[in-house]
Write a protein that binds this ligand. Structure first.
Ligand code: GLU
Length: 152
């Protein structure tokens, strides 16, 4: 179980995400985090502990972005720690993911991705998701590029 918040709009995302996490903290409270899109780059801030601690950290950051995702965790795979907290980003920092639940086949997916050059920072099942998205996204980009070159 966990709490998930997302925001896209015209206001600053940070206070809205923190407010959402405060409301959802009963769903998971071993750690909390968010990713905000700041001028085309991800700013991911995450921490073991309660939303209040994340909020204190976030207060030290001037974040203007108006798109973001956030999560309060109830660990199933990997101990409560800052590294295991969500969001999890892919190796290229292109995809950021928060997740509720369990990925039953994450061992197989992690092995497959490792064999394809991906590395993992956390002990969670979740971290395979952004990297798997990146894997298929890159495959599609390569296909599109090749068919573009063929048509030139
Ligand atoms: N299985 C994920 C993890 O352990 C998600 C847990 C949750 O739903 O909070 O990180």
């Amino acid at each position: 179980m966990c709490g998930i918040v997302g925001y896209i709009g015209t206001k600053k995302a940070k206070p809205i995400l923190i407010e959402g996490l405060n409301k959802l903290e009963y769903r998971g409270y071993d750690s909390a985090g968010f990713t905000i899109l700041e001028k085309e780059h991800f700013k991911t801030l995450k921490n073991k502990g309660r939303v209040k601690e994340l909020s204190d950290l976030a207060n030290q950051e001037n974040l203007e972005g108006s798109v973001g995702i956030a999560h309060t965790r109830w660990a199933t795979h990997g101990k409560p720690s800052s590294t295991n907290s969500h969001p999890h980003n892919d190796n290229s920092n292109t995809f950021s993911v928060v997740h509720n639940g369990i990925i039953e086949n994450y061992h197989e997916l992690r092995k497959f991705l490792s064999e394809n050059g991906y590395h993992f920072l956390s002990e969670t099942d979740t971290e395979v998701i952004p990297n798997l998205i990146h894997y298929y996204f890159s495959q599609e980009e390569n296909r599109t590029e090749k068919s573009f070159l063929r048509s030139c």
